[in-house]
Design a binder for this molecule. Structure first.
Ligand SMILES: Cc1cc2nc3c(=O)[nH]c(=O)nc-3n(C[C@H](O)[C@H](O)[C@H](O)COP(=O)(O)O)c2cc1C
Length: 221
């Protein structure tokens, strides 16, 4: 059978990947894309004046939405603050160091998770008629599922933003109770984290901090 030969560079070693042509082959993203999304992508503390359009925000969501969640729960909810008036509602709830960052960011997204996510499972997990019943009344499972999957979706969102040429400045320094009351009142959505979006100002980026090596945090069993 014909084979397709691919290779990936890992730590200067060429690792061959061989798949038969009978299966669809996933291509390896180019080094340039890997750099853009991970190696050169930095947490931004300031942005240029370049605007972020609503179309870009929708495109980021439309890419990120394909990231997986358990039982397709999709608990993440988003509020995009684009106007000065909207950002003014949030700024004073941020920790002091984060306030100027929010005030100056082109867009600020509040990423929350809906504790009533299970009410949508009839539509989003229709092959299991008992999907709602798995969660209803089980607060610990609801909280854990919403937080875990909402956090994943927040990460997918940042990866998608970077893939589409935007920079991110995630923040957890804020008064969550106040943000919940101001932005999610009347719902069961809880704020997870807040992320500035725009085109980063390299002069405001901090020095790169170290990351663990594989061996320091991993076991191959
Ligand atoms: C969930 C989350 C919360 C964060 N909260 C804050 C914050 O409140 N204020 C802040 O200045 N930086 C915050 N950061 C930024 C991190 O310190 C930064 O992403 C990390 O040091 C890695 O920086 P790098 O992406 O430039 O390598 C946060 C990052 C994440 C992912």
């Amino acid at each position: 059978m014909a084979v397709l030969r691919l290779a990936i560079h890992i730590d200067s070693r060429l690792i061959p990947i061989i798949r038969t042509q009978s299966k669809e082959v996933m291509s390896i993203a180019s080094d340039a894309i890997q750099d853009q999304v991970f190696r050169n992508a930095r947490t931004q503390n300031g942005f240029t004046d370049q605007a972020v359009t609503d179309a870009e925000l929708k495109a980021v969501y439309d890419l990120a939405k394909w990231g997986p969640t358990s039982m397709n729960t999709q608990p993440a909810r988003y509020q995009f603050l684009r106007t000065q008036a909207a950002k003014d509602r949030l700024v004073h709830m941020m920790s002091p160091g984060n306030q100027p960052k929010v005030a100056a960011a082109p867009v600020v997204v509040i990423i929350g998770h809906d504790l009533e996510f299970y009410e949508h499972l009839a539509a989003n997990f229709p092959h299991n008629p008992n999907a709602r019943g798995v969660f209803a009344g089980n607060d610990a499972l609801i909280q854990g599922t919403a937080f875990r999957n909402g956090t994943l979706q927040g990460a997918y969102f940042m990866i998608a933003a970077r893939m589409l040429g935007l920079d991110c400045g995630p923040m957890s320094g804020f008064d969550a109770a106040k943000v919940d009351q101001e932005f999610w009142t009347g719902s069961k959505v809880k704020t997870n984290f807040i992320c500035n979006l725009g085109h980063g100002d390299p002069s405001k980026v901090m020095g790169r901090l170290p990351r663990f090596d594989f061996d320091a945090v991993s076991k191959l069993l």
